[in-house]
Write a protein that binds this ligand. Sequence first.
Ligand code: PLP
Length: 399
Amino acid sequence: MTSLAKRVEQIKPSFTLEMVSRAADLKSKGIDLINFSAGQPDFNTPNNIIEAAKKAMDIGKTKYTAGSGTLDLRNAICLKIKRENKIDISPSNILVSNGEKQSLSLACQALFQLGDQVLIFKPYWVSFPEFVCLADAKPVFIDTNSNNNFEPDQVEIESKISDSVKGIIINSPSNPTGSIWSDETIIKILKLAKTHNWVVISDECYERLVFDGSFTSAEKLNQDFNIGATIVTCMSMSKTYSMTGWRIGYSFGQKIIIDAMNKIQGQSTSCANSISQAASVEALIGDQSTVVMMLKKFKERRDLMVSLLNKITGVKCNIPGGAFYAFPNFENYIGKSFNGLKIKNSFVLSELFLTEANVVTVPGDGFGAPGHIRFSYPVSKKKIKEGIGRINNFLDKLD
Ligand SMILES: Cc1ncc(COP(=O)(O)O)c(C=O)c1O
């Protein structure tokens, strides 16, 4: 029998990707599904970006690029970071990768090893613990409270401090909660990181999908408040520009860390896709009006989704300040039964939403948040109304 490496057993498959393929499978069988599981915008990539990719192919930008990314793209990233995040960086502090997922994974590979602990906040994006495990380190979880915008309490963080902690992963705006942490909370974390010599990995994938208030990059706070923490900032083209399939993400930080990540990338995937890199230059420095249009649509859909969820008896949903996820609490339905089947957790409830109401959602237990369910809302308002209506009808049938 073929024996596989131990690390395969150490990690869990991405169940959000599983939900996506499960939904596609049911749809191909002709089932009329409403899909609230997608982690991507429903719009096509803006036309100017598509045209830039076509042009890149026509003029032969179809070859390997520099491992860290083309200079054109790294220069465009510098311009964008200055324009949007008000931070000065140099191209030599940037690494372009095949999606931000690779940036985050490389950061963990370059920074952590056996015996190290890495702090992760619950609810967490499903891949964070797995990146840490793949680096042979141990994820250590910190609880947050939904009544406090899912922001951590300093005492909770301090209770996890030990000499083994080497890093901390933050993600605001967050997947799965959509919450945007306050500057005060991020500043506290950066100060703790500085004191204890932890590297902060700041996943800012949804930095431009912000509906209420403003978002400040952790590195900007680090500089403005003179904290001096070591931060690897990871950002993505995927969500802002509806480019999930193009697979471009990037990271920036201290050169020694970026070079280490580049060394590993060079021996695994060489460089990111040359055509997608050329298209990303146009995305970052070209016309930004489609970003504004998408943001407006997402905000309208968020408002509708959250108001309908909060009208369901016994359900409570915070207003998420960013990203495109609502993360309501269905605790009041855990413990009820459907046709004699006990709903013992959010996995069972989400499965019943799928089989009985034909609505695809993602169970909060998988994000470390029992009782919650994630609803993605990059879908039309008509579908949001129809989907929540179906869920309401189903919940009425529970004993
Ligand atoms: C929180 C978070 N970080 C990172 C990513 C990775 O994005 P990508 O690899 O498409 O750039 C995602 C994608 O869903 C995400 O939700």
